[in-house]
Design a protein around this ligand. Sequence first.
Ligand SMILES: Nc1nc2c(c(=O)[nH]1)N[C@H]1C(S)=C(S)[C@@H](COP(=O)(O)OP(=O)(O)OC[C@H]3O[C@@H](n4cnc5c(N)ncnc54)[C@H](O)[C@@H]3O)O[C@H]1N2
Ligand code: MOO
Length: 404
Amino acid sequence: MSKTFLPFDETLQALENSITTEMGMEHIFIGDALGRFLATDIVAMENNPTHATASMDGYAIAFSDQQQGTLHVNAFVPAGSEATGMVTQGECVKTFTGSLMSEGSDTLIPIENVEVEGDTIRITSAVPKGFAVRPVGENYQAGEVLIKKGTKIGFAQIGVMAELGMVQVEVFMKPRVAILSTGNEILDFGEVKTSHAQIRSSNHVTVEAILRQLGCETMRFKLIRDDRDVIEQQLRQALMWSDIVVTTGGGSVGDFDYLQSILTDMKIENIIDGSYMKPGRHIRVVKSGYKYIYALPGFPYSASVCTFLFIAPLLRKMRAQTFALPTCKAKMGEFYKKRSKFVEFTACNLRFCDGELVVDLEGKKEGSSAILNNLLDKSSLLRVEKDVQKIEKGERVEVLLLEV
Ligand SMILES: Nc1nc2c(c(=O)[nH]1)N[C@H]1C(S)=C(S)[C@@H](COP(=O)(O)OP(=O)(O)OC[C@H]3O[C@@H](n4cnc5c(N)ncnc54)[C@H](O)[C@@H]3O)O[C@H]1N2
Ligand code: MOO
């Protein structure tokens, strides 16, 4: 009996609906938080700066005194000094970049704009009111949400957290993912090829690399031959350690494709059982408690694309981000003919040409879902709907970005 493949978007929706929990949290040192995902909002506890601050070396003045032309220097406030001095009529305070502005002042006249004669200055070039003064709360105000929960922590987030005086930050735990690749014909690292029927396994490392790029802790199992008992035993063992188990190969309809029947016999919640798409229509996703098992196709292009299309959104939602992967609209740079009747995800180049985002397929090979090299050179994925058979040059298209 042939299987019904549900529409791609419906299968993704089923996956999204199945996600009921976020990852657990842990406290880590902010200097070690690069690439991790924030588990709480970061809120400013006070204004920054807390006091009006000079942003140039010069003299703190009252703007209303500027037209007097000559002012008496009554104090000296270096950066770091808590005493701010006082500006009264006809007076000014020598002030440095980073110094607190004196009481009574509202403007800083830079040293380049004055001539100094003893303890007086003569203003040679006027400035507007508030010049070179960083007002209270210029960076942020107390209570402002500075970094949202779910944000991937980069250099700016680490710097702002340091500015806030944070030492530790609450981040989502790294999802633990086990990767099991199956197949009689696939060879592991170092295994010697003894027949033309053998190929070197790539899925176990590409899927692992994508998942590491997506911030997971991974465990790559030894390759498994097409032996039902061993596959089942390894799968159960992997499930104990991990949040997500990913298998590749043996998931379609061949005599040695044991995965589907193992998953069916485990009698656990089926989330996806085939999707009307290319590549990856045999994808199977099941859920056991809070854990997921993904049976990905064996073809290397399919396995990688399905990792992005189906595992990345799960990881996003489990770490408080939007489920959907980032997409953009672009202009098709060449004529494209689609061969399948499925929603198709084709590796493409996305470049800026004359101020526009343009898609082309330069260097991309035509053929089966085996062509992993089509994902070289920072590829993106051109999404072509099931009923669309061709795209004319110049048409608007949707592109999925893989830089997640
Ligand atoms: N009669 C049918 N045959 C096939 C169908 C179908 O609907 N009816 N679907 C095709 C599609 S689409 C796909 S995708 C594949 C999926 O097959 P499996 O997931 O069972 O994967 P395998 O058969 O084990 O392998 C497919 C292909 O990929 C190579 N492979 C497997 N593992 C690795 C690895 N770790 N590294 C690199 N390459 C790997 C394997 O040698 C095969 O060439 O089924 C189609 N057939
Ligand atoms: O599921 Mo296959 O990956 O469409 O070639």
